[in-house]
Design a protein. Structure first.
Length: 414
């Protein structure tokens, strides 16, 4: 079973803290070991020289038959066995060992088949080395704490700017094209820019370019729709004067289609500019759904199933527009039966056709995309109007086949 780490362990602050701790501990360990080894080597060398000097004085006194100096003697009781064996073997050496509860530096040499030894108190040197080790550990802990504080402060400043940039990017993705990071480093050309300010500047530039492009497209769409309205009105009036017949019916049908397309373009341009005002009131959902179904009876028969009726506070015109587009799309691109289900504040429109295409399920409706079997502007308008009234519109494949659009309306407060 794979263990999942907490989400905060993936943050840059946590990773930076771990990196700082590992590097500081490694550096402190290396420096501590080097200092400990060097000081211990020098301390041991000093004690060894002192012990060997005392052993030399003892050897001269022994050869002269004089009294041996203090802290020296033949085969003393505390002499370590390994050093005794070394002296009996005809060699001279030193060793540090505990004697009567204190550290002693022993030096021994052969003397007529016996071991002549001298001792030097090593306890003070041992305490010095122990104090040095404690000082190294304490200073390393202080240095680690200070480095962590400084590093956390520096990393937090960077991550805060990154979070701000990510927040602005999410706002832009949700349609707020006026959002900008506004990093002061990008406004002053004399200041050096780091990587974060470079990313922030690039995001602001991209947002500005995208906003200009979308505004141009919105103006173009609105201008085209307005320009088409007048000739289409005249064309419709002229078609009413034509003699009755199949060609006249075809002309009138095409004129109606073009007028509907023009109205859709105007509605999309208003949705893009967010210039429309939502007028909400309390409505009975079942009554609205049945009204929409009666209004779309010309495209096909729609079955209404009410599991639980509800009252919703919404803009009736916009809600009817959303439901009408969903029902018309189901009849146009799906197959019978088309069922509209009311379950509280949730309305589901389902057909039994081939289902929504993959691109629509992944990225939502796209304007004028056909892919061999397009969905025009109807679903795009439905999504925009649902967003305007605060509803959530989801597209998915139904169980057992077919397309299913689920509209979840906000419920009024009691």
């Amino acid at each position: 079973m794979r263990v999942r780490l907490p989400a905060w362990t993936a943050t840059l602050t946590w990773k930076s803290a771990c990196f700082i701790v590992v590097m500081c501990c490694s550096l402190a360990a290396v420096l501590g070991v080097l200092v400990h080894v060097e000081v211990t080597r020098q301390t041991v060398a000093t004690a060894r020289e002192k012990a060997l000097g005392r052993l030399h004085d003892a050897s001269r006194a022994y050869e002269a038959g004089e009294v041996l100096p203090p802290e020296s003697g033949l085969d003393p009781a505390g002499l370590p066995p390994e050093l005794r064996d070394l002296a009996l073997g005809g060699r001279r050496g030193t060793v540090v060992a505990d004697y009567e509860g204190r550290a002693v530096m022993w030096a021994a040499a052969p003397a007529d088949g016996r071991a002549l030894a001298a001792a030097v108190d090593y306890s003070q040197s041992a305490r010095t080395i122990s104090g040095l080790d404690n000082a190294i550990i304490g200073s390393s802990a202080l240095a680690l704490g200070g480095t962590l504080l400084v590093g956390a402060f520096a990393v937090t400043r960077v991550t805060r700017r990154l979070h701000q940039t990510a927040t602005v990017a999410r706002r832009i993705s949700h349609g707020d094209l006026d959002a900008r990071v506004g990093d002061p480093r990008t406004k002053d050309p004399g200041r050096r820019q780091d990587e974060v300010s470079t990313v922030a500047g690039a995001l602001d530039t991209m947002a500005g370019t995208l906003q200009d492009k979308l505004l141009r497209e919105q103006r173009f769409t609105a201008d085209v729709a307005h320009e088409l309205r007048t000739p289409l009105t005249g064309l419709q009036a002229a078609s009413e004067l034509l003699p009755e017949g199949r060609p006249t019916e075809l002309v009138r049908e095409r004129v109606r289609t073009m007028r509907q397309l023009t109205e859709d373009l105007l509605e999309i341009s208003r949705l893009d500019s967010r210039s429309e005002v939502v007028e909400t009131d309390l409505h009975q959902l079942e009554r609205l759904v049945r009204r929409v179904v009666r209004g779309t009876a010309s495209v096909g028969v729609t079955e209404v199933v009410v599991r639980c009726d509800a009252h919703v506070e919404t803009d009736r015109r916009r809600l009817e527009r959303v439901l009408g587009n969903l029902v018309v799309n189901a009849h146009k691109h799906g197959r019978q039966p088309v069922v509209v289900t009311v379950d509280g504040p949730v309305v589901t429109v389902r057909d039994h056709g081939d289902g929504y295409p993959d691109y629509l399920l992944e990225r939502g409706p796209q304007r004028f995309r056909s892919g061999g079997k397009g969905h025009g502007l109807g679903l795009t308008i439905a999504v925009g109007q649902a967003e305007a009234i605060g509803a959530r519109l989801e597209f998915r494949r139904a169980e057992g086949g077919g397309a299913e659009a689920v509209l979840t309306l906000p419920t009024p407060l009691p």
